[in-house]
Design a binder for this molecule. Structure first.
Ligand code: ADP
Ligand code: ADP
Ligand code: ZN
Ligand code: ZN
Length: 852
């Protein structure tokens, strides 16, 4: 038997038999190794279930089994893919788009490991001040005790508290909680009672207490332990103290500052951290000026720059700066050579290595990033390309890379570079399994696996597996229609609409935009185009600062940063914020906007507690229906009983999450289904109530498509479901947790939530690359929705790379000409036909192909 298998697996194919993960219909498929294999199909058809859920998951499982029984046990709760067998599967590396915001503090330098080399460069080849001995590479990292600035512990910022920050309202007394920074509830009362014992007046307004007392209460490092008599008046307390009466307990005093700083650095709870943070002020560290390193480390320079300044340069500039060192033509260093040839040689070698690695990043169009740039501020596409570059110079072979839409966020001009990178991974002897919608990538595949025909239940079949040309014969395929369009790929374009006035933004200064003035047409669909890094997002984000007449509605995810890491990341982003000279003005003929809505790809929630049904508001109606059933009324259950966020009806074990968090040693923690409610989220009593034969958990488990039939007679629910189907989400389950949704799905849920509101007009919608994750067939549907918004009197501004969307818009603003410092200008603007002719535009040649 083994002989037969050996022969099978040398045929160069991975053979999948009986795959049933998610919606896959017990499918068999053979895909070649050492090839670029692209998985296509409408969203929800099952591409990821096959590429990631089956092939990658199985490779991962085998790898773990081979390492250790210990790891195997840890992963016991991880789902084993539903598949009969897979033969010939190499080890796999997944380069998946990040779902949700990464919370770990990492940077471009750390993800690519380039920072290690740069530290080595400074350690071995840096210029040291006279008399300073050489320091180790680790001392150039702010994350090590050797390197971190002692004042700010490597954070770059110092956090302080002041009387104003901790006592926001000085007219209150201590009893009235003047010291807002103290703990709430019992903790705060305890501190108050301690002050009473100590003889402080807790019933005089804070501002009338002597300054010396106020300072002690807020700032002392002393922690006296004193008898506490809760419930006693100040007089009774003093008497008890004098009589040495037995106290209820001994209490330890902690000044407000001590409490805030201690909690900030020690608490495990993000919520606690967030609470105390509001009483802290942060400023750049006075010792390192935000550079995070100790003085000795910063005194070492290379090419005249300390390592912090070096890390702030765009990668393109780093490569240029290192060129003479690699070539040995750097003169100042060469003079050094007389007394230190070892240093020159070290510089040459490290520069050579760094430049080889940088070249890959520049090829992938990422030369505008800097090493210090924090990863949470990168788009998912940028992050994926960074990871891809890291793989490219890791020289692995014989592995299969599984990628999720690597072209996301890429201008067609950048996609060329991506394809070259993928080709070199393949020629190094690797296999590439790529889930992709971009037709430029699909066309270049060696092999296509088309999944469909539709999404969810109506998908999950392999419509085709073979070289691209063969798909031409497959009638059921939606991909075919776009890959082999009947007439030369030119969709009929309607006449562009006339703008109903203009909105001008003057003085835009943000990232690579410097005092830019632009105007956006109103009442039309505008697309903002340009290569990756040209400044599209930076420009469009300024629109969100517009104060509209009715207060801007905040999406539920636009939380304050939750953890210190997020806070740091957020602060990092805003460091270079403009001077605030930004000005908005409307042309005289314009009807001013009354609402501003951002429809972005941020998750609709960070925990399984949020889902599509809750986010869209549709679940409120469903809960009311359940509360109105005769049995619920008999038991006096209200709508709250059917919420998994309310105590009475939910499962007490998982508190309605349906999942419990399993902490894994050395590995990211995972969610596992709750053993008590088996993932239903509710207690048994609640589950006894049925509406038309289904309990609340079953309703949450049905797809939008199925629910649309089930709730056909309930207009508000049916309406919401219809819109969700129209944006192509009919395959999602109502209760699908926010953590399981892709960025594109989250964005379409937000869009659907908007679309189901009664039409109001005069709203400005801002969308960043809404076609990410969408099959061309889904893009068509999305376009219909966007056009409908414009027809209803709204203004839509979209950042987009998909030329079909650009061609179908009324107005185009093309940013460029290049990325980073080489971008930041409006290169061309006007109706698509005008921009398609613009000479300086990198977008024009691609747009032309789509113009009628
Ligand atoms: P595609 O990659 O083609 O967009 P997916 O493979 O992600 O499609 O999804 C295929 C089907 O499986 C969809 O109906 C989707 O809702 C479902 N699905 C995806 N992820 C999960 C999951 N974690 N649990 C259950 N069903 C899922
Ligand atoms: P696009 O949307 O066209 O891809 P961006 O507006 O994201 O371009 O970026 C324009 C420039 O601003 C790039 O040089 C980019 O590196 C820089 N940039 C973008 N976001 C940040 C940030 N959060 N912090 C620092 N620089 C940024
Ligand atoms: Zn410092
Ligand atoms: Zn439970």
């Amino acid at each position: 038997m083994s002989e037969w298998k050996a022969e099978q697996s040398t045929t160069g194919f991975v053979q999948v038999r009986g795959a049933r993960e998610h919606n896959l219909k017990n499918v068999d498929v053979d895909v070649p190794r050492d090839a670029l294999v692209v998985f296509t199909g409408v969203s929800g058809s099952g591409k990821s279930s096959l590429a990631f859920g089956t092939l990658y998951a199985e490779a991962q499982r085998r790898y773990l089994e081979s390492v250790s029984p210990y790891a195997r046990r840890l992963f016991h709760q991880m789902a084993v893919p539903e598949v009969d067998s897979i033969e010939g599967l190499p080890p796999a590396v997944a380069l998946q788009q990040q779902r949700g915001t990464p919370t770990t503090r990492s940077s471009v330098g750390s993800v690519t490991t380039l920072s290690n080399l740069v530290r080595m460069l400074y350690s071995r080849a840096g210029d040291y001040p006279k008399g300073q001995s050489i320091i180790y590479a680790e001392a150039f990292s702010a994350n090590t005790p050797e390197g971190a600035c002692p004042t700010c512990h490597g954070l770059g910022r110092v956090y302080e508290v002041t009387e104003q920050s901790m006592v926001p309202d000085p007219t209150l007394t201590i009893r009235e909680r003047a010291i807002a920074a103290w703990p709430q509830a019992w903790g705060g009362q305890n501190q108050r009672d301690i002050l009473v014992t100590l003889g402080y007046d807790v019933d005089t307004p804070w501002q009338d207490l002597p300054q010396k007392q106020r300072d002690w209460i807020l700032f002392t490092d002393e922690q006296p332990v004193v008898p506490v008599y809760p419930g006693y008046s100040p007089e009774q307390t003093q008497r008890a103290v004098q009589r040495k009466q037995e106290p209820n307990y001994m209490g330890t005093f902690s000044s407000a500052r001590r409490h805030v700083l201690y909690t900030f650095s020690n608490t495990q709870s993000a919520q606690m951290k967030k609470r105390v943070q509001q009483y802290m002020l942060s400023t750049a560290c006075p010792t390192c000026h935000g550079k995070r390193l100790r003085r000795e480390s910063l005194s070492v320079t290379f090419a005249g720059l300390d390592i912090a300044d070096f890390s702030a340069l765009p990668l393109k500039q780093v490569a240029a700066l290192l060129q003479p060192y690699e070539a040995g033509t750097e003169t100042r260093h060469a003079q050094h050579a007389a007394h230190d040839p070892a240093q020159v040689e070290a510089a040459r070698r490290i520069a050579e290595d760094l430049r080889a690695r940088l070249a890959v990043l520049l090829d992938l169009g990422l030369g505008y990033l800097s090493l210090e740039r924090s990863t949470p501020s990168l788009s998912p596409g940028e992050l994926q390309r960074l990871r891809l570059a890291t793989q490219l110079y890791s020289n692995l072979f014989g592995v299969v890379y599984v990628l999720d839409e690597p072209s996301a966020g890429l201008h067609p001009a950048d996609t060329e570079a991506l394809l070259t990178a993928l080709a070199s991974l393949r020629s190094a002897g690797n296999s590439l399994f790529v889930v992709e919608h971009n037709l430029d990538v699909v066309r270049r595949a060696d092999w296509l696996v088309d999944v469909g025909p539709q999404a969810g239940e109506q998908g999950g079949q392999i419509l085709y597996s073979g070289p691209p040309e063969g798909l031409k014969q497959v009638e059921a395929s939606h991909t075919r229609r776009f890959l082999f369009p009947p007439q030369a790929g030119r969709p009929a374009t309607a006449e562009p609409r006339e703008p109903a006035g203009w909105l001008e933004l003057a003085g835009i200064t943000r990232h690579n935009l410097h005092d830019l003035t632009v105007r956006f047409p109103l009442g039309v669909l505008t697309t903002v185009t340009g290569v990756s890094g040209s400044g599209k997002s930076s420009l469009v984000s300024q629109l969100l600062k517009l104060e509209v007449r009715s207060p801007r509605e905040k999406a539920p995810t636009e939380d304050e940063p939750e953890t210190a890491d997020e806070l740091l990341a957020a602060e990092g982003d805003d460091r270079d914020q403009g001077s605030g000279a930004l000005a908005f003005s409307f042309s005289p003929d314009a009807a001013p906007l009354t609402r501003l809505v951002q429809v972005d790809q941020k998750p609709i929630g960070r925990t399984p507690r949020s889902n599509m049904a809750t986010y869209t508001g549709l679940f409120d109606h469903v809960r009311r229906l359940f509360a109105a059933t005769p049995e619920a009324r008999k038991r006096r259950y209200d709508a709250g009983q059917f919420s998994f966020n309310v105590k009475k009806g939910r499962c007490p074990n998982c508190q309605g999450e349906g999942f419990v968090m399993v902490e894994l040693l050395f590995l990211p923690s995972v969610y596992a289904p709750c053993p008590v409610c088996h993932g239903t989220r509710y207690n048994d009593k609640t589950l006894e109530i049925e509406y038309n034969g289904q309990n609340i958990a079953q309703v949450l488990g049905t797809t939008v498509d199925a629910a649309s039939e089930f709730f056909a007679d309930e207009p508000p629910i049916h309406r919401a479901l219809t819109v969700l189907r129209e944006v192509g989400l009919g395959y999602l389950r109502l209760g699908q947790p926010a953590t399981e949704l892709s960025g594109g799905e989250a964005q379409r849920i937000k869009l659907a939530t908007e679309l189901q509101r009664p039409a109001r007009g005069h709203t400005l919608y801002v969308l960043d690359e809404p076609t990410t994750g969408l099959h061309p067939a889904d893009v068509e549907r999305l376009l219909v929705q966007l056009q409908a918004l414009v027809t209803a009197g709204n203004t839509v501004v979209v950042v987009e790379h998909d030329m079909r969307v650009v061609a179908a818009s009324d107005w185009v603003m093309d940013m460029g000409p290049g990325a980073g410092d080489e971008g930041g200008q409006v290169v061309a603007e006007g109706p698509p036909a005008t921009v398609a002719k613009a000479k300086a535009s990198k977008t024009a040649p691609y747009l032309r192909r789509f113009m009628g």
